[in-house]
Write a protein that binds this ligand. Structure first.
Ligand code: NPW
Ligand code: ADP
Ligand code: K
Length: 501
């Protein structure tokens, strides 16, 4: 896991590395700038392309000056640097890099407070005005310059953070900040890059390692973690010789109504494809033919109007409830019966979440370690409206702890909040997956992994990763616009095998 730090901790990490590696602060800046250039030259190989650097006078500006010098060493020959002298102060490492840059043939212009911004005919802009030192919204000269740069409508590459964009905490609505096509960020993605408020400012980002002390970073025990492929490879268990269907658990999916049988079919199919030894679907009687023809592997318990289905609770390793279930009185009675009779962790999705939202007392009665899988709207119905995602992130951590549940808050970079007070950001998935029924598939995968005896938090983190990875394997190489849930399901065994290879 890659721990994600807030800007104050990032500063501490820089300071610790400088003191204990040890490395001088100007050399750490040099290392960061070289890491930036390593990425930049691959993306922008044309050395004749005019590039303008806008540099502040703090350390982010110091990076900009160092990057300009290093690119000059690489024979980029149309480099212009504009220094925004909006503050009386300048950092020592800025000053050192300013002196070094003056020794090169890079053109340097100074932009004083209140003066006219010079015309810019470059093709690419490097934003090195402000970075993680941002401590208030932009105003005055900074706001004017940032608006000017955004209006140029050029390709902007931001150093570390787009100027004016807060790395963590609540992002003010309509904040004035650089709209970057690419952010090359140091050491870790900033937490707000992973939340939807970043969309106007961060088109894509790349994190480059600058050698901040891993020991120190881990010692901070950050609640925010970024899940990487190596983490999943470590948790995923192989299927052993001499194992049988009993080894991999029995999932029961309680889902579907006559007109939403698809949700039941998709979640059951996903459970079977994600490796549950046995899968049973509890569906309305009218859906039996559909189930038998679409999924001969899956067994059925049928539901009749005004009759509670007979369920042998002990038979099932896990139960998932909700996809397409509806919210009528019968669905509520069924949910209450499940909560009363089943003592192992439940997976609760879709309509079952909405029923919980309308009957909040049930939330506190769920078996410990149960898993909720809300999208944003379901989340707000459960826990109250939120005006931004930073708040939603905090609530997910608080509620997961308080209720002793895992909460999968679905999104791009889906967040899993756990009772241990952690929030895990997923790193797979893509917009081709924004298609009805995709959440039902996730529910089936989570249930299958719980049935295979993964701990609830691990089952969530893995399911979300595998779900997104299967979507990536289908959509990305073929540049597919949409991946249908049924297609994604058949990719699951392939994805899981690759992760085990
Ligand atoms: N530390 C290291 O070793 C390394 C650091 N690195 C680089 O340093 C960057 C962080 O640098 P930084 O701390 O100097 O802050 P930076 O973002 O340049 O801002 C400068 C000053 O601007 C001010 N300011 C803030 N908000 C403002 C506003 N709205 N309007 C106007 N002014 C505002 C504020 O000053 P204050 O207001 O507190 O006096 C702030 O201190 C980081 O992103 C990375 O690029 C890398 O090289 C790796 C090694
Ligand atoms: N842009 C995206 N990037 C990554 N994952 C996405 C994206 N859009 C949707 N998904 C994933 O697809 C699923 C959609 O779930 P949900 O909204 O519950 O769908 P449904 O109710 O139709 O089944 C979630 O797991 C979500 O993370
Ligand atoms: K910047």
């Amino acid at each position: 896991m890659l721990p994600l730090l807030i800007s104050e901790q990032i500063r501490e990490g820089d300071a610790y590395t400088i003191a204990n590696e040890p490395i001088s602060s100007v050399n750490l800046m040099e290392r960061a700038s070289r890491a930036f250039v390593g990425w930049f030259v691959n993306r922008f190989p044309d050395k004749n392309e005019p590039i303008t650097f806008y540099c502040g006078t703090g350390n982010n500006g110091g990076d900009g000056l160092a990057i300009a010098r290093i690119l000059c060493d690489h024979h980029y020959n149309k480099l212009n640097v504009v220094i925004a002298r909006f503050s009386e102060k300048s950092s020592d490492d800025f000053k050192a890099n300013y002196e070094r840059l003056k020794q090169t043939c890079v053109t340097i212009k100074e932009l004083e407070k209140g003066t006219q911004i010079p015309e810019d005919n470059s093709r690419v802009i490097i934003d090195a005005l402000l970075g993680s030192g941002l401590n208030k919204p932009l105003a005055g000269d900074y706001a004017r310059l940032v608006n000017f740069i955004n209006d140029l409508d050029k390709t902007v590459v931001a150093v570390d953070v787009p100027t004016g964009f807060f790395s963590d905490g609540e992002v003010p609505q309509n904040a004035i900040a650089i709209k970057a096509g690419l952010v090359i960020t140091f050491q870790q993605p900033k937490i707000n890059f992973l939340l939807p408020e970043s969309a106007p400012y961060v088109d894509c980002w790349e994190a480059v390692n600058i050698g901040i002390s891993e020991k120190f970073v881990h010692s901070l025990n950050s609640p925010y973690q970024f899940v990487e492929e190596k983490d999943i490879r470590q948790i995923l268990k192989p299927r052993h010789h001499f194992s049988n269907k009993g080894t991999y658990g029995h999932v029961l999916l309680i889902a579907g109504q006559e007109k939403t049988m698809g949700a039941a079919l998709l979640s059951s199919s996903a459970a079977a494809h994600a490796g549950a030894g046995l899968t049973t679907a509890c569906i309305p009687e009218s859906g039996l033919t559909a189930l038998n023809s679409y999924l001969p592997e899956v067994m059925a318990i049928t539901r009749r109007e005004n009759t509670m289905p007979q369920i042998e609770w002990d038979k099932f390793s896990t139960i998932a409830v909700g996809p397409g279930l509806g919210k009528d009185g019968e669905a509520l009675a069924l949910l209450k019966t499940i909560i009363k009779n089943y003592k192992k962790p439940l997976v609760i999705d879709a309509d079952a979440l909405n029923l919980l939202a309308e009957n909040k007392e049930l939330l506190t009665m769920l078996p410990a370690g149960s898993i909720l899988t809300p999208h944003m709207k379901e989340f707000d119905r459960l826990f109250g409206t939120h005006s931004n995602w930073w708040q939603r992130l905090q609530t997910s951590i608080v509620k997961a702890k308080e209720l002793n549940l895992c909460i999968i808050l679905k999104n791009d970079y889906t967040i899993t909040a756990t009772p241990a007070g952690k929030a895990y950001f997923n790193s797979t998935g893509n917009p081709a997956m924004a298609s009805g029924g995709m959440g039902d598939v996730l529910t089936g995968i989570v249930a299958a992994l719980l049935a295979q005896k993964y701990k609830p938090a691990d089952a969530c983190i893995m399911a979300v990763y595998i779900h997104g990875k299967a979507g990536d394997e289908l959509a990305l190489p073929n540049r597919m616009n949409v991946v249908l849930p049924g297609k994604l399901i058949t990719q699951l065994p392939v994805t899981m095998a690759k992760l085990k290879a």
